[in-house]
Ligand binder design. Sequence first.
Ligand code: HEM
Length: 348
Amino acid sequence: MPPSSTARARATVFAPRLAALLDDHLGRDVFRLEPDTVGVAGHEVADRILAARRATETERPTFKPLHGRSITRTEASTVTRTIGNDVRDALARPLPENVDLAGPWPLTGHLFLRDLILGQDPYRLRLLMSRTLELTPKLTWSVIAAGAALPGWPRPDARFTGLADRAARTRGYQERRYVMGLYRRAAAPVCFTVSTLVANALWLGFPFDDGTPDRNIVLESLRLLPPSWNILRNASPEYPAIDGRIGERDDVLLLPLLSHGDPALWDEPEAFRPERWDRLDPDTTPGYLPFGHSSERCWGRHMVMPLAELLLGLIRGSGLVVDPGQRVGRVPLLGLLGVEEVRLTRPR
Ligand code: HEM
């Protein structure tokens, strides 16, 4: 399906540093970014770097130490399973009626997912899903500290998610702070990242052809605007042996944003073509790393895909449109890559 003329009329404007990264390095495999950082976009080198060793606890995005306290792999796995069950439970319930998804995205999708999945959780936990907190970790930690200290800590309640139930059973200020931090770490990617991903899809490809599966739209959006656009690996003795351009003190920044647009790997890399996923397997396509590497792929991807597909399906069935007056989508330089705001409106 060629992108519709409406989709083509929209311009994606990257923050200057992202635009420079694309302009200077697209199609290159290994290049210096900073005196102590090497960028890697070539899929073979990336493959070998990521397979060389496991991510350390500070490199892990979701479960890096929480205010200096390590999160064990067992705990990370339990928490991921818990939120996974919460998502499954939410998807098994009838959807709320008269959902209105019009408004600015990703905010609207974020609030929808927060209410769908965490809607019955105590206010002091749901508050941790505020998008304002995204901007400053200091503010997040103050809200957590206040929440853990306030009297009236929630008691277990059958309506809570498993994640909130865990929190409700926790005693003592330090433990409560920790468990609130974990709640945010596990729930945030579900609400923030999935809504960002869907906003990106709307921006890149709306209106979608009726026959195009939601899955293909999500996979193609993850290619062109991967929310996790970089993967960091700190300097490690294995790396110089893989490529002589990497020094022993160099950190390595792997860049799916670049490998996903490499002209050597993709036909018409700049085009939004969901139908390419009719034939490609996202788990084995070279250079396609929206969920990381096969040796240690994202543990949350099995909840991300159904949630993103649910949102897309609801929007496609709603009659809403991406505001035809919106011609520019800005992509700021943030940890999470996405179009800042996409306006979804009723057709006039
Ligand atoms: C669109 C949504 C998401 C994207 C694009 C994404 C992307 C990624 C990527 C690229 C990695 C590999 C990082 C590396 O190798 O350093 C990763 C790892 C991981 N992701 Fe996700 N993720 C998403 C949602 C989630 C969710 C909802 C969860 C669960 C709560 C989750 C949990 C994890 C975990 C546990 C890891 C393993 C590394 C770690 O311990 O942090 N992710 N993810």
